[in-house]
Design a protein around this ligand. Structure first.
Ligand code: ATP
Length: 329
């Protein structure tokens, strides 16, 4: 059975936009004639309990959150053979594609704007008591007018409820490598890494394997941003470097980062607007990070091509990222 055989009622697929490990995504028209990105899980996803649960989680949380800097969900079914998720369609696609195909098309101020938007989306998620767990260019969608939205909430969870700990090795915080719980601070770390990459033009930490990346994140320090991005105002550079601090308590909050990025754009940061229909903030469990400092490392060479290495399980197997470590309550 092809994915299109189980197109949900009311949708007319137009063309395949792309696919990932979990699903195929079609440009489709909904029953209002609106263009949507229609996400249909692979049959293998539905046949594998953990993968199916992750897709269901993405559907549930995407439909729950409502913020201009979070990819908007219109409708979906979380479980069963008819599972799907209809999303706002972002014609410019993911940031990773732009960085790969046309990096020069992103001007300096556009890069700062994308980062400020991501910090805004994270501020909202964290204020709602949730963590994202997978901030990376593949999960950032570019909107008309140079704005950006953070997508793929499949790994997200409410801190108070707990959830499986995961991440992508190029962007993962030291405490996650240690097998500890995710927190707003680990999302801020990932955004710090993405900021360094976007503004400095190179990834701060490199490795050909999960183990090499782990050593880099735990023990090395990249060249100062002032060197690789001299046009960045000093205050913003300092804050992005703090976002990449090895110890979670040393990192700023997402809102502090948002404000610094807006100031770097020459704007006066307002308070984050509280969105209508936002989920009530859930009580957050205290994070207990134990990231550690290490010796100074050398500047990283240019980034390698994807795909990035997957994380090993304790048994040495390399699973998909939704089951990297352990289930946490
Ligand atoms: N809202 C959207 N607007 C435009 N294109 C989209 C949208 N969502 C997804 N796509 C396209 O579909 C591709 C696959 O989507 P995505 O990476 O979310 O798949 P996935 O299988 O759920 O992810 P993963 O591999 O992380 O499990 C994206 O790379 C992008 O090209």
């Amino acid at each position: 059975m092809t994915r299109l055989d189980r197109t949900p009622p009311g949708y007319r697929p137009l063309r395949l936009l792309g696919q990932g490990k979990t699903s195929q995504v079609y440009l489709a028209l909904d029953d209002r004639g609106r263009e949507v990105a229609l996400k249909l899980p692979h049959p293998a996803t539905l046949g594998q309990p953990e993968a199916a649960a992750r897709f269901g989680n993405e559907v549930r949380l995407t439909l729950k959150f409502r913020h201009p800097r979070i990819v908007r969900g219109y409708a979906g079914a979380a479980f069963g053979p008819q599972a799907y998720l209809a999303l706002q369609y972002y014609a410019s696609g993911p940031l990773s594609e732009t960085l790969q195909l046309a990096p020069q098309s992103l001007a300096w101020t556009a890069r700062l704007r994308v980062l400020a938007d991501l910090a805004s989306g994270l501020t909202y998620l964290h204020a709602s008591g949730a963590v994202h767990q997978d901030v990376k260019p593949q999960n950032v969608y570019l909107c008309p007018g140079g704005r950006a939205a953070l997508g793929d909430l499949g790994s997200s969870y409410f801190v108070a409820q707990g959830g499986p700990v995961s991440g992508s090795p190029f962007y993962m915080a030291p405490e996650i490598y240690h097998g500890e719980a995710s927190s707003g601070a680990s999302d801020v770390y990932s955004l710090g890494i993405l900021s360094y990459e976007l503004l400095g033009g190179l990834r701060p930490f490199l490795g050909q394997s999960y183990e090499e990346l782990m050593v880099a994140h735990l023990t090395r320090f990249p060249s100062p941003l002032a060197q690789v991005a001299p046009e960045l105002p000093r205050a913003a550079a300092h804050l992005i470097e703090r976002a990449m601090a090895k110890r979670a308590p040393d990192r700023p909050g997402a809102d502090e980062l948002r404000r610094a990025l807006l100031l770097a754009l020459g704007e006066t940061p307002d308070d984050e607007p509280v969105e209508e229909n936002a989920p009530a903030p859930a009580p957050t469990a205290p994070a207990q990070p134990t990231g550690r400092h290490g010796p100074l490392g050398r500047a990283a060479p240019p980034p390698p091509a994807e795909p990035e290495p997957a994380a090993p399980t304790p048994t040495g197997l390399r699973p998909d990222r939704w089951s990297l470590f352990r289930r946490r309550k």
